[in-house]
Design a protein around this ligand. Structure first.
Ligand code: NG6
Ligand code: CA
Length: 513
């Protein structure tokens, strides 16, 4: 009897080991984990693997060396909210009103009843998580109670787990939310937020500039409530214990991302890790301050690089590196002076965040949406570079195909399946792509057309060329990535064909509801 029991026990162990091995094999073959590392305002040439010489980013360089470094990778838009909207929905953001840069108290703009990137992964059996910057609105309306459950938000559009800040680091409320709730909120010190008028008794940057440790750029706002010595856009009161310390934001996100990876190590997971660097206010952990010699903007890029290294270490430690696809990218092009006197301009020391391109954040020119784009999958993707045009908007359709799903008709209507390009099996990416700056431009087969746009040619406050001109512009990006040689007058028939094509795209409404 005793022997029989032992045999049964041994058999059970052997069977369960077999099942685990089988399960593990299943995971390693069909459902690798997927991590999107989304940086905020990181330029094409802010990384040494993309040509930066004054900054060294060894960890991202290592990532690039182990996968594909795309030289024609894009966000949809040259600012944050629209790019992230496109990533989540697979739709061009300009098709929908209200997808411009959102205030920190905006309502959720991502639909909760349509296919999104996270709910697509969830349907495929993945555990889904977001850690970092959200900036797609929260709740049903601007007016909301921040002290209860704040929803709908990331959890309602498909994330099983969320640890976010609502908008940008320079906008109130300067708090973290974990699954609907503000972290560390004292119920006796409730939070209120306003973007129209001062509330509460906290000093503001406008009234008390002497209290600022980081001065705001004159004429660029950021003079609302002071939190941690930094003037913000908007006003808040209360929630003293819950307010973040800027120097700790990045390490907080890192810790939460590492936890999520650890907790989900035995099942397929999708992690959207939305870092805040190098967006303003640039206020790294103290040990990074002064490290780059390029001012605080350079310092936070070193912090970003270190953080990416820590994520890679975590994967290695948990033996997940080989079974994880990483996509590293940025939501829009770079900017130096974006609201604070942080010496990004004074100390840039010849560093060129857009490298050979014109423009940057806010711009219609290539510097607006052509950003770093790296895809790795050790053992599966052959390392190299690719000049295929790839875009964040296509991740939804591509990974939907990857996980064997068909998108319901009417959803993600602008997202195309470019899995082969993303996994390095093909050098052919998109042939037609609409870029959004202050206006729209269209790229087809390496040519770019910018229709006449009203507005100044230079956005003086940030020192960035907008690409606005009263004349049409046509560039051959294959030979002129710097958009220096306007060929519009030489190719009038191309100009009118492109104009027509862009109008067709704008009018394509079938999938836009
Ligand atoms: C701009 C802010 C800028 C930044 C940006 C959003 C002013 C003058 N400038 O309106 O500082 O917050 O919005 O950046 O307010 S983004 O990367 O989230 O799009
Ligand atoms: Ca951004």
């Amino acid at each position: 009897m005793k022997n029989k029991n032992i045999i049964v026990a041994v058999l059970a162990v052997v069977l369960s080991l077999g099942a685990t091995a089988q399960q593990h094999q299943h995971l390693t073959t069909s459902k690798p984990n997927v991590i999107i590392i989304m940086t905020d305002d990181l330029g094409y040439s802010d990384l040494s693997c993309y040509g930066a010489e004054k900054l060294q980013t060894p960890n991202v360089d290592q990532l690039a060396a182990s996968g594909i470094r795309f030289t024609n990778g894009h966000s949809t838009s040259s600012t944050c909210t629209p790019s992230r909207y496109a990533l989540m929905t697979g739709k061009y953001p300009w098709r929908k009103q209200g997808t411009g840069i959102l205030p920190g108290d905006a309502a959720l703009i991502v639909p909760t009843d349509r296919t999104t990137l996270p709910n697509m992964f969830k349907k495929a059996g993945y555990k889904t998580g977001i850690v970092g910057k959200w900036h797609l609105g929260l709740g049903d309306a601007v007016a909301k109670d921040w002290n209860g459950e704040v929803k709908p938000g990331p959890n309602e559009v498909g994330f099983d787990y969320s640890f976010i800040f609502p908008a940008t680091a320079d906008r109130v409320p300067t708090v973290f939310l974990e699954n609907h709730k503000i972290v560390a909120l004292d119920p006796n010190d409730t939070i209120a937020v306003s973007y129209t008028h001062k509330i509460g008794n906290d000093p503001t940057g406008k009234e008390n500039p002497e209290l600022l440790k980081l001065k705001s750029s004159p004429g660029q706002g950021h003079d609302g409530t002071i939190v941690n010595g930094i003037g913000r856009i908007g006003y808040m009161s209360g929630g003293k214990m819950a307010r973040w310390v800027d120097e700790e934001v990045s390490s907080t996100f890192l810790a939460k991302a590492k936890d999520f990876i650890e907790q989900n190590q035995h099942q397929p997971f999708f992690l959207y890790f939305a870092m805040t660097e190098p967006h303003v206010p640039r206020m790294p952990a103290t040990r990074f301050k002064g490290k780059s010699g390029l001012g605080l903007r350079g310092d936070v890029i070193l912090q970003l690089d270190w953080t990416v290294g820590e994520i890679m270490k975590q994967l290695k430690y948990l033996n997940l590196s080989k079974n994880t696809i990483i996509i590293f990218t940025s939501d829009n092009g770079p900017v130096l002076n974006d609201g604070y006197l942080d010496e990004a301009v004074a100390k840039y020391n010849g560093h060129s965040p857009t490298g050979p391109m014109r423009g940057g954040k806010y711009s219609n020119l290539e510097g607006g949406t052509r950003i770093p784009f790296i895809v790795t999958w050790p053992g599966k993707i052959k390392p190299g570079t690719s000049d295929a045009l790839v875009s964040q908007i296509d991740l939804l359709a591509s990974f939907s195909a990857f996980t064997g799903q068909t998108l319901p008709s009417g959803d993600a209507g602008d997202s195309e399946n470019h899995l082969d390009a993303l996994l390095g099996k093909s050098k052919q990416g998109r042939s037609v792509y609409v870029e959004q700056g202050s206006g729209l431009s269209i790229v087809k087969d390496g040519w770019k057309y910018i229709p006449p746009h009203k507005g100044p040619a230079l956005m003086e406050s940030v020192g960035i060329e907008t690409g606005n001109a009263s004349e049409p512009q046509l560039y051959n990006l294959n030979t002129d990535i710097g958009e220096k040689n306007n060929l519009a007058s030489q190719y009038p028939e191309k100009v009118s064909a492109f104009d027509q094509l862009l109008n067709n795209y704008k009018e394509k409404t079938g999938n836009n509801k």
